[in-house]
Design a protein around this ligand. Structure first.
Ligand code: UDP
Length: 323
């Protein structure tokens, strides 16, 4: 199989590329290196079955050729990270809408399957626990930039499902919940690489709000396993799946765990949300994925415990990687 991965030099994309190559497939990664990094795939560059094309996914001429040559498209290229979204909402909206528009059009033209990366953010600030795929979504006002990410990804989902319904394009939608592991950058907001880097530098660990909000962190290796199994399952076409862990931890407890695993780091420092992001910022208190649907479809469940993931991330930054 020849896979095209948009965002292939990004965090999840690079791990997916690695897994596909290990299974003997061919991989073309396309990435404009905006949040992705060449270093993420440098170790794959020598393999004949791998190529990195540095290009933006809105370049339709180049993408047309790449889409025509592959068997399946993993569409992961997007603007991600709460901090980046607030800093640059225009880029978030345009990248996420235009990129998916191009990919779906080409998938239709060449009859290719598309795995679309979506996000738990689409559930918004709904208080439901857990979030199930068919649940109502609860979003804040358009005056708050944060919600532009959820909106853009929800439109991507609508568009993908519309292409499936109207034109028969085989699409599978994965809603990734907090995904972590080596190569995730802390530069766009993500909490674990940020806390780990702070701990290793002996700095205070920044806990936003009062730290009572909780998240469930899923190791990227588990995530990739889910994506590959969903791609291979014909019954998954036209469907949406949560991909995440149900192992819940408060951010304060997470920071303490990082301190314990790293054996380094300053005290915890509570930072008010409006100082960390912007005035009136809305965070969600809990976010737990319902996994019944994906379990029933492919028998998937996450396997890597949080401590193991933290150790991997600590080792990654200790080895001198930055980001
Ligand atoms: N967070 C934090 N300190 C940081 C970065 C993030 O306390 O340095 C919090 C953030 O406010 C949120 C949680 O950690 O409540 C997870 O944030 P992240 O951006 O990783 O993912 P999100 O769940 O917001 O998409």
């Amino acid at each position: 199989m020849h896979a095209l991965i948009t965002g292939g030099a990004g965090f999840i994309g690079s791990h997916l590329a690695e897994a596909l190559l290990a299974q003997g497939h061919r991989v073309t990664a396309v990435d404009n290196l905006s949040t992705g990094r060449r270093a993420n795939v440098a170790h794959l560059a020598g393999q004949l079955r791998f190529q990195l094309v540095v290009e933006t996914i809105t370049n339709e001429a180049v993408l047309d050729r790449l889409a025509s040559e592959c068997d399946v498209i993993f569409h992961l290229a997007a603007a991600v990270g709460v901090e980046l979204i607030i800093r640059d909402p225009v880029r978030t909206i345009e990248t996420n809408l235009q990129g998916t528009d191009v990919i779906l059009k080409l998938a239709r033209r060449y009859g290719k399957k598309v795995l679309l990366a979506s996000t738990s953010e689409v559930y918004g600030k709904s208080a439901a626990v857990p979030f199930n795929e068919d649940a109502d979504r609860v979003l804040g006002p358009t005056t708050k930039s944060r919600w532009s990410y959820a909106e853009s990804k929800a439109i991507d989902e609508h568009l993908a499902l519309a292409y499936h319904k109207q034109f028969g394009v085989p699409v599978v939608i994965c809603r990734f919940f907090n995904t972590v592991g080596p190569r995730q950058s802390g530069s766009y907001g993500m909490v674990i690489p940020r806390l780990v880097q702070q701990a290793l530098a002996g700095q205070p660990l920044t806990v936003y709000g009062d730290g009572s909000q909780s998240r469930c962190f899923c190791n990227v290796r588990d995530t990739v396993r889910a994506v590959l199994a969903l791609a291979a399952e014909p019954a998954a076409v036209g469907e949406i799946f949560n991909v995440g862990s149900q192992d819940e931890i408060t951010i304060r407890a997470l920071a303490e765990r990082v301190l314990a695993r790293a054996g380094a780091g300053g005290p915890l420092r509570l930072v008010p949300y409006e100082q960390a992001y912007e005035k009136g910022f809305e965070d969600m208190q809990r976010r737990v994925p319902g996994l019944a649907k994906i379990q029933a479809m492919i028998g998937w469940a996450p396997t890597v415990p949080l401590d193991e993931t933290l150790d991997e991330v600590i080792a990654y930054f200790r080895a001198g990687h930055t980001g």
